[in-house]
Design a protein around this ligand. Structure first.
Ligand code: NAD
Ligand code: UDP
Length: 337
């Protein structure tokens, strides 16, 4: 297949690109480097030994997208492009709505004009908000999120569903990711956040490399086995493989389908900290701090729909995730700079 990856230079997009190239698909990347670097593209070429087309453009720019669709016979799109920092989205919500919603609408318009029917969308477990129960299943209500970022995912999902209802040829897979961590086993690509990381694993990695003095563990009085929050961490390479399955599914079906991509296993913050120290034989200074606003005690997936519809299950475990995250960080202390 010829697959257009919006945001393909980013963390999840770059890993997915490698999986798709390895499977023999042709890839076109469009990215505006708002949260990534051109070096990511060199690394993808280096790891895969294959080339691909690249456009530096904004996925919300109708003229640019029209040109890209006119110049390429696209079979499927994977729409990763989006701003993703939950906290930042509360400070600059309009930028999040403009970027994340405009790119979704622009893509759907370009698809309609050029007769492209298949798209896979990067949604998030954040659409479930505060879960009524765990594990989370796709039929649980998804309209209670607490951040503008989360709302862009819920609203995009709704836009895709409405577009499907109006166009019976359209096929949309809404992939709800849980907590992607880890990196490609080569250590050549990985998560490269700007500034001080917000997320757990990049923060741990930067403490381990000595860039940050210690990790703050946000709360140990939650109703969980060790009192720290529980999440469904999933290796980014497993996630990337899920996308390869999702494009096949999109090509063979019609309508909109939401599918969780998680392992189904919940690990606490301290599980991750302890595993990171053990697997990598490294000390990790940390201290218990107060709860972070908006955190839910427990969030993990029921991944059975992905198994049934996509034939996909996560294969990598917590040790792989901790080892590969550290391998990436220690080999690239300044990220891709
Ligand atoms: P990322 O920031 O590393 O990658 C996103 C890429 O999109 C970046 O390369 C950025 O430059 C690009 N981009 C952003 N807006 C663009 C636009 N308008 N036009 C062109 N390019 C644009 O993020 P990621 O972690 O790889 O996430 C990919 C997608 O998955 C995002 O939509 C994100 O919201 C979603 N998601 C991520 C997580 C996570 O924890 N990483 C969890 C759930 C969902
Ligand atoms: N967390 C933490 N310290 C940090 C960053 C995160 O204790 O410096 C905790 C956070 O409270 C949550 C878990 O780690 O319970 C995962 O947070 P992350 O931001 O990575 O993902 P989220 O589940 O919030 O999307």
């Amino acid at each position: 297949m010829k697959v257009l990856l919006t945001g393909g230079a980013g963390y999840i997009g770059s890993h997915t690109c490698i999986e798709l190239l390895a499977l023999g698909h042709d890839v076109i990347i469009v990215d505006n480097f708002s949260n990534s670097k051109p070096e990511a593209l060199n690394r993808i070429r280096e790891i895969s030994g294959r080339d691909f087309k690249f456009y530096e453009a904004d996925a919300a720019d109708p003229e640019a997208m029209d040109r890209i669709f006119a110049e390429n016979e696209i079979d499927c799109i994977i729409h990763f492009a989006g701003l993703k920092a939950v906290g930042e989205s509360c400070h600059i919500p309009l930028r999040y709505y403009r970027n994340n919603l405009d790119s979704t609408i622009t893509l759907l318009e370009a698809m309609e004009k050029h007769g492209v029917n298949n798209i896979v969308f990067s949604s998030s477990a954040t659409v479930y908000g505060v879960p009524e129960r765990v594990p989370l299943t796709e039929d649980m209500p998804a309209y209670k999120t607490s951040s503008p970022y989360g709302w862009t995912k819920i609203m995009s999902e709704q836009i895709f569903r409405d577009a499907c209802a109006a166009n019976p040829n359209l096929s949309v897979v809404l992939l709800r990711y849980f907590n992607p961590i880890g990196a490609h086993e080569s250590g050549r690509i990985g998560e490269d956040p700007n500034g001080i990381p917000n997320n757990l694993m990049p923060y741990i990695s930067q403490v381990a490399i000595g860039k940050l003095p210690k990790l703050g563990v946000f709360g140990n009085d939650y109703p969980t086995p060790d009192g720290t929050c529980v999440r469904d961490y999933i290796h980014v390479v497993d996630l990337a493989k899920g996308h390869a399955k999702a494009i096949e599914y999109a090509a063979a079906h019609k309508g909109a389908e939401a599918i969780n991509l998680g392992t189904g296993i919940g690990y606490s913050v301290l599980d991750i900290v302890n595993s990171f120290m053990k697997v990598n034989d490294i000390d990790l200074p940390y201290e218990i701090q107060g709860r972070r606003d908006g955190d839910v005690p427990e969030c993990y997936a029921d991944p059975s729909k992905a198994r049934e519809l996509l034939g996909w299950v996560a294969e990598k475990g917590i040790e792989d995730m901790c080892r590969d995250s550290w391998n990436w960080q220690k080999n690239n202390p300044k990220g891709l700079d």
